[in-house]
Design a protein around this ligand. Structure first.
Ligand code: SF4
Length: 368
């Protein structure tokens, strides 16, 4: 994986230039490509690849930002859980700033709730071990990437008899979202860059029936400039020749069959469920919930919390952005009343959010 790899070659400007020249020669008409993951969006914009190819490829930014798509109802439930007596709520740092219907976890902490930032689910489990007289809840968001790590904390709690630990599960899965985009009458996407870290867990086989059903090329990429350009080149070749395939331009990180140990944890703990994506709505079978065997660790069941009434910001158009229908500069609040310091929507909070990417790399231009 990348931590053990010298990445210099994947950031090499001469190599990037050669691929860009080849691409410009090969492209005969404009194409629309979606990068699924917020990490890819940030990498494309940071490196300027999207602008270097702007006259030939339109990049539409996909809904692959876990902070952005975690439903408003779950954010509200997390706040409600944090307000319960005797509860320590733990979550990733970004989640504290995500707006709920009325305030965020930061505000709840300022009001005296015990809310702690952790880097991993096992850190939350450690807090549970150290506080046996408290109930520790982990707000475990994420795509397939985080499911094994979130799941292993539950498995350890189950196997060691820790009962004061539970998880507010909000796992989401990429392939059903991809199908939702492709089956929309408004869809313009012709090819996809799939996220390397998701496929490192799941492998690539889930994408084959989607590629065949919708006749779209899908290429898995990493997050360095050369990784992205190699994926773009593969997708463009398919598009230019009228082919579609599932390919892997990130073989140093993605085994075709996924990672067996991670998949075993997922299969042991989770089963598919419909999931509400913020700004998008319910996508059938697009999430995972805990199997009945582990229901004692399901915070929703343990505490009976449900958010039935939610209120989204009136100005935020993040839902349309997540579906690729609008871009952040089309939002009247962008870089005005909505900034990373004062986000009105989740897409401005996260390091993977599209609004945050535009703010960071494009805020002085590209205004609608
Ligand atoms: S700029 Fe802010 S308010 Fe506008 S869509 Fe993005 S997150 Fe929502």
């Amino acid at each position: 994986m990348d931590s053990a790899v010298d990445l210099t070659a994947f950031r090499n400007p001469e190599r990037a230039d050669r691929i860009l020249k080849r691409l410009k020669n090969e492209i005969t008409r404009p194409w629309v490509i979606m990068e699924m993951c917020g990490g890819q969006t940030h990498a494309l914009m940071q490196s300027g690849i999207d602008q270097l190819l702007a006259s030939q490829i339109e990049f539409i930014h996909g809904p692959g930002c876990p902070v952005c798509v975690t439903s408003l109802a779950l954010v509200d439930e997390a706040i409600a859980l944090a307000k319960l007596p005797n509860v320590i709520l733990t979550t990733y740092g970004d989640m504290l700033r995500v707006p709920g219907s009325a305030g965020n976890l930061f505000a709840a902490r300022a009001q005296g709730c015990d809310i702690r930032v952790v880097y991993a689910a096992l850190d939350a489990l450690k807090i549970a071990r150290e506080n046996p007289d408290k109930e520790v809840v982990f707000f475990g968001i994420g795509f397939e990437t985080t499911a094994p790590a979130n799941g292993i904390s539950i498995l350890q709690a189950y196997r060691t008899g820790i009962r004061n630990y539970s998880v507010l599960v909000s796992q989401v899965c990429v392939p059903p979202a991809l199908e939702m985009i492709l089956s929309s009458p408004q869809n313009r996407v012709q090819g996809f860059l799939a996220a390397g870290h998701v496929c490192a867990v799941m492998g690539t086989s889930e994408y084959i029936p989607i590629s065949e059903k919708y006749h779209v090329p899908i290429c898995v990429t990493g997050f360095e400039p050369i990784d992205l350009l190699a994926g773009i080149e593969t997708v463009v070749r398919d598009l230019e020749t009228g082919c579609w395939s599932v390919s892997n331009a990130y073989s140093r990180g993605v085994p075709t069959a996924g990672t067996a140990g991670a998949l075993a944890i997922i299969h042991e703990l989770f089963e598919p469920c419909d999931r509400d994506w913020r700004g998008i709505g319910i996508i059938p079978d697009s999430g995972w919930k805990l199997k009945d065997k582990y229901s004692a660790y399901d915070a929703e069941k343990k505490f009976g919390v449900t958010a039935t009434e939610t209120h989204e910001s009136d100005v935020c158009i993040a839902g349309a952005i997540l579906r690729g229908l609008k871009t952040p500069p089309e939002c009247p609040a962008f870089a005005a009343s909505c900034t990373p310091e004062h986000p009105l929507g989740a897409a401005m909070v996260s390091g993977e959010g599209t609004c945050s990417a535009y703010y960071r790399y494009r805020r002085n231009h590209d205004r609608a």
